[in-house]
Design a protein around this ligand. Structure first.
Ligand code: ZN
Length: 419
């Protein structure tokens, strides 16, 4: 991979078109100067044209010469690519789990485009998918894909009639644009305030984070109602305006964020040199805007019942990380003539980065089965957790001893664990 990066660096630094463009521009400049001269005084035409020959020739020759490193750079990059990806076949379709569910794959793609803000691409994709409905192909696990559950079709249909979803994501991008580009917090604050109860039920700090940043903006002299077209003026009354804002808006935060508010108000004492004060980190935090934007995206998606990152992106990235391991496994299986039988479980561990650990799986230590909605993990008063079915089997509805410690309890004391 290092070699690829080096070659890419060469392409960007030296083997680019900037020198050739300069040469061609030189030639154009010389030619247009000559044209102007002739237009002003046609008498000079023969002499001007004669004088033109040499410089134009030189410029074009230089352009030819400057283009050579580009060819050689591209050539070398191509070779480095070939070398890196030589003999790396993609796995055969024997474990294909997707061909029988093309509608779900299309749904994942359209959802991804929508949530990335690519609205016109998404709507073209959806139209084309409607015009040419995909045909499910039989696979090992789904030999008869036409029997696919109707929920699958419903799900796909629902996301394809996605105008509502699109509107919602458009709102999200408008607010994000205001945050990132315009440094305007008001639309985001309004959005958070309208959903204050929902956000609070999720334990979200978004509304307060936004209002705190608004306080900071006022404090360092940004006017609250500054016209977007006017250059940002420093407001010498900044700290006072911030104090007014805090008095007006922070009231309902007092319960949950008493400490944070105290800190902000404490900073008022340093209003002349807050940069050298212990409160500096609140006021000079270059990532603050990006942080609230990320936090806003996460909350927005979760209120729509979606994860903050696109599942398609996560699946593709995790797949790219897993692929080399699966290829290796396949080689070993071919050599030892063994077979991988469980379709829904990977036979090897894939080293995914920590952000890709979702902790959503519980395997019952008694039955060795994964928990489901119908068979959820249950915690006994001793703190040990087993699946509901195991609990029912062991307890038979009466007091029983935990399989992992001496403590006894009644099944009604066990509590459902949510992951
Ligand atoms: Zn126990």
């Amino acid at each position: 991979m290092l070699e690829l990066l080096e070659q890419l660096d060469v392409l960007e630094k030296s083997a680019n078109l900037s020198a050739s463009i300069r040469d061609v521009q030189n030639a154009i400049d010389v030619l247009s100067a000559a044209r102007d001269k002739i237009a002003a005084d046609p008498q000079t035409a023969p002499l001007t044209l004669a004088k033109l020959q040499d410089p134009v020739k030189r410029s074009l020759e230089q352009a030819q010469k400057d283009i050579k490193p580009i060819y050689s750079g591209l050539n070398k990059y191509g070779k480095a690519l070939d070398k890196k990806f030589k003999d790396k076949p993609i796995p055969p379709a024997s474990n294909d789990a997707l061909s029988s569910h093309p509608q779900l794959v299309n749904r994942a793609i359209s959802m991804h485009l929508l949530r990335e803000g690519e609205f016109s691409v998404a709507s073209t994709f959806i139209q084309e998918a409607h015009r040419h409905p995909p045909r499910p192909e039989p696979t090992a696990s789904t030999p008869n894909p036409s029997m696919n559950d109707s929920w699958e079709a419903d799900l796909a249909e629902e996301s394809f009639n996605s105008e509502k979803l699109q509107e919602q994501f458009q709102d999200m991008y408008l607010i994000l644009h205001d945050l990132r580009q315009e440094r305007n917090l008001k639309p985001a604050i309004r959005w958070a305030r309208e959903r204050s109860d929902l956000l609070e039920a999720r334990g979200s700090n978004l509304e307060f984070e936004l209002c705190r940043l608004q306080f900071v903006c006022l404090f360092v002299g940004q006017k609250l109602d500054a016209d977007d077209d006017e250059p940002m003026e420093e407001d010498p009354q900044g700290p006072l305006a911030a104090y007014e804002y805090a008095r007006r808006e922070f009231g309902h935060f007092r319960g949950r964020y008493a400490n944070e508010i105290q800190q902000l108000i404490g900073a008022m004492a340093y209003w002349q040199n807050v940069e050298d004060s212990p409160y500096r980190r609140y006021f000079y935090n270059s990532t603050a805007w990006e942080e609230v934007a990320t936090s806003f995206t996460r909350e927005f998606c979760s209120l729509l019942g979606l994860s903050a990152d696109s599942p398609l992106y996560i699946a593709a990235t995790a797949g790219a990380i897993a692929l080399p391991h699966l290829l290796k496994l396949q080689n070993i299986m071919e050599k030892t003539r063994t077979e991988w039988t469980t379709q829904n479980e990977l036979p090897v561990e894939i080293p995914l980065p920590p952000t890709y650990h979702f902790h959503s799986i519980f395997v019952c230590p008694v039955s060795k089965e994964q928990s489901t909605d119908a068979n959820p993990p249950m915690m006994m008063p001793c703190g040990h957790v087993i699946a509901q079915e195991s609990l029912d089997r062991i307890s038979k509805g009466t007091r029983f001893k935990c399989p992992y410690c001496p403590m006894e309890s009644h099944p009604r004391d066990a509590r459902k664990v949510r992951l």
